[in-house]
Design a protein around this ligand. Structure first.
Ligand SMILES: [Zn+2]
Length: 58
């Protein structure tokens, strides 16, 4: 099993290595490692409808 690093997550606060064969999200020509990084990269945040509090507040 290869563990080659192809790229790094485009979310600057994550910057996780992206390995060959890993499922990722593509944003334009950039890659992010997870849905959470995708929304962060897009400047969006996950909220519950009817509430204005973000989920998974860190
Ligand atoms: Zn990431």
């Amino acid at each position: 099993m290869t563990n080659e690093v192809l790229n790094y997550c485009a979310n600057e606060s994550c910057n996780a290595p992206i390995h060959f064969g890993q499922a990722v999200f593509k944003v334009g020509h950039e890659l992010v490692c997870s849905g959470k990084c995708l929304v962060a990269k897009l400047g969006a945040k996950t909220v519950t409808a009817g509430k204005e509090e973000p989920e998974g507040n860190e």
